[in-house]
Write a protein that binds this ligand. Structure first.
Ligand SMILES: NC(=O)c1ccc[n+]([C@@H]2O[C@H](COP(=O)([O-])OP(=O)(O)OC[C@H]3O[C@@H](n4cnc5c(N)ncnc54)[C@H](OP(=O)(O)O)[C@@H]3O)[C@@H](O)[C@H]2O)c1
Length: 246
């Protein structure tokens, strides 16, 4: 994959891995558009990287996905790379937690439905342009779920499955469909208490970009490769290991 002169939408590029990726892709002379719910976070990103374009939107809401896709189509006709990065997580007890239906719905809408619907809404434009790609972010937890997250693992396992299917269905088009599976990464996602094994956003994005340059369809960042292998040889051990992390 050629990592320069693209027009890229990074959903949720105002924080963590998305923000790091935004900076790296700008340095590589790409046009970068980011979106997110909080205008404050978007403004902050714009102060750090004045060259970016920002669009405020809540991807958990169907109408706002349609608005976002219309704006991209209207204002960025050369758009050719969609990075489905935005996601949310709840750390909760399914037994004693409150608002379980609402929280699970928010995760399914943001982590799974938004990538599916945005892909569909932007597919025509991606087909028209050259060197197009859809890049979906998942996690090593698709191989062994972490029990503190009642819904997150499931939403990402579903996104992994969807990604494999559209890669197959789009095989005869020029669109690359790529999945990037991250290990724990030290971002605001962890509310200031990342697992000890968390890697930096810089390392995570470096490995991702190397994988993209090599043309890999599925990129296993950091410890994900080992977890994937372990989950195949000894699935129970993989599950116990992932659930004993500090
Ligand atoms: N950090 C990790 O340990 C880790 C590990 C494996 C995979 N990942 C994956 O990497 C991706 C990025 O994670 P991160 O750690 O960088 O998270 P983060 O720092 O919490 O950033 C999440 C981004 O998504 C945006 N977002 C959330 N809900 C949104 C919505 N409804 N509409 C639009 N934007 C929304 C947030 O902005 P607003 O809040 O302003 O909306 C923010 O910009 C996610 O897909 C995550 O699953 C992370």
């Amino acid at each position: 994959m050629i990592l320069t002169s693209n027009t890229i939408l990074i959903t949720g590029g105002s924080s963590g891995i998305g923000l790091e990726l935004t900076g790296r892709l700008l340095d590589l002379r790409n046009k970068v558009i980011i979106c997110g719910r909080s205008s404050e976070k978007l403004e902050n990103a714009k102060q750090i990287f004045p060259g970016i374009h920002t669009i405020q939107c809540d991807l958990s809401l169907p109408d706002e996905r349609i608005d976002l896709a219309s704006r991209i189509t209207r204002d960025f006709p050369d758009f050719n790379i969609l990075v489905n990065n935005a996601a949310v997580v709840h750390r909760d007890s399914f037994l004693n937690g409150h608002q379980i239906p609402e929280k699970s719905r928010l995760e399914v809408e943001t982590n799974l439905m938004a990538p599916i619907v945005l892909t569909k809404l932007l597919l025509q434009l991606l087909m028209q342009n050259n060197r197009s790609a859809i890049i979906n972010f998942t996690t090593g937890l698709i191989y062994a779920p972490r029990a503190i997250y009642p819904f997150y693992n499931a939403t990402k396992a579903a996104l992994h499955s969807f990604t494999r299917v559209i890669r197959e269905q789009l095989r005869d088009t020029d669109i690359d469909v790529i999945e990037v599976q991250f290990p724990a990464v030290n971002t605001p996602w962890h509310d200031g208490v990342p697992p000890k094994i968390a890697i930096s956003t810089e390392k995570a994005v470096n490995e991702m970009l190397k994988g993209l340059e090599k043309g890999k369809p599925e990129i296993h960042v950091g410890g994900v490769k080992k977890l994937r292998t372990l989950s195949r040889i000894a699935p129970e051990l993989a599950f116990r290991k992932i659930n004993s992390l500090d």
